[in-house]
Design a protein around this ligand. Structure first.
Ligand SMILES: C[S@@+](CC[C@H](N)C(=O)[O-])C[C@H]1O[C@@H](n2cnc3c(N)ncnc32)[C@H](O)[C@@H]1O
Length: 237
């Protein structure tokens, strides 16, 4: 792993504090709206039972929590993130959606989860674990807080396998996306950090190997949009 990037990940939440105001808009623009469809995939893969207690790590501005709140299977969602700027914006969105009875957002670390053992049915992370300083510790923590029969669902960027799609995407991802992202967010390199962290991070079978090491059974993944993102699922049995 790139050691300069590893250093930045210890305080990556500071970058998100700085770009919180433009984060949602840039997500929609830079993904052409596909991120909305990706997040909805989480609903389809919820465990088949009711009264689920959910925990969304790196919740950011709360988009995953708001999607999960649509499911009648979910009783309560706690969202945790280290960026106060992102969490405060998320709280405004939760209030506007009138979901305060179902969603609570707090400051909290995905590598040291402030929850007791075996207390959560579903843990989600979307586009967050790549930013954690110790993703493998986070996976062990998730395993710890999940109840038996609990499920983790992690959405994270990957890189397309198809050679033509890969070539086109890499041009967009290495040049166009950082240029537009840094310009509109008025941040010197937040969107350069995005493509560097993705290219430096485990994906596909390498990531499911980490999930298995953390104790998850049946760790698997589904490629989304040519593998630009992957949805990883693992169960605690
Ligand atoms: C790319 S955003 C994803 C936000 C949201 N899940 C989404 O899908 O839009 C990554 C988030 O990870 C958060 N983050 C970084 N390190 C963290 C950590 N150790 N614990 C919790 N959150 C962290 C950042 O503050 C940021 O809000």
């Amino acid at each position: 792993m790139n050691s300069a990037l590893q250093g930045r990940k210890k305080e990556s939440w500071k970058i998100f504090d700085e770009i919180a105001g433009t984060y949602d808009l840039l997500n929609r623009i830079l993904s052409c709206g596909i991120d909305v469809y990706w997040r909805r995939k989480l609903l389809k893969n919820l465990p088949q039972r009711n009264n689920l207690i959910a925990l969304d790590l790196a919740t950011g501005t709360g988009d995953v929590a708001l999607v999960l709140a649509k499911s009648p299977k979910i009783e309560k969602i706690t969202g945790l993130d280290l960026s106060r700027g992102m969490v405060e914006l998320g709280k405004v969105k939760v209030k506007k959606a009138k979901k305060e009875n179902k969603i609570a957002l707090h400051i909290g670390d995905g590598c040291n989860i402030p929850a007791a053992d075996s207390t959560v049915d579903v843990v989600t992370i979307s586009f967050g674990i790549r930013n954690f300083p110790d993703p493998q510790k986070s996976l062990r923590e998730i395993f710890r807080v999940l109840k038996p029969n609990g499920r983790v669902m992690i959405m994270e960027f990957g890189l397309p396998k198809n050679k033509i799609v890969h070539a086109v995407y890499m041009f967009y991802f290495r040049h166009l996306l950082p240029f537009v992202g840094n310009l509109l967010s008025k941040h010197r390199d937040a969107y350069t950090y995005l493509n560097e962290t993705v290219e430096d991070f485990a994906y596909g079978d390498d990531f499911t190997a980490w999930m298995k090491e953390a104790g998850f059974n049946n760790a698997r993944f589904e490629e989304l949009t040519f593998g630009i993102a992957n949805l990883y699922i693992g169960d605690k049995e």
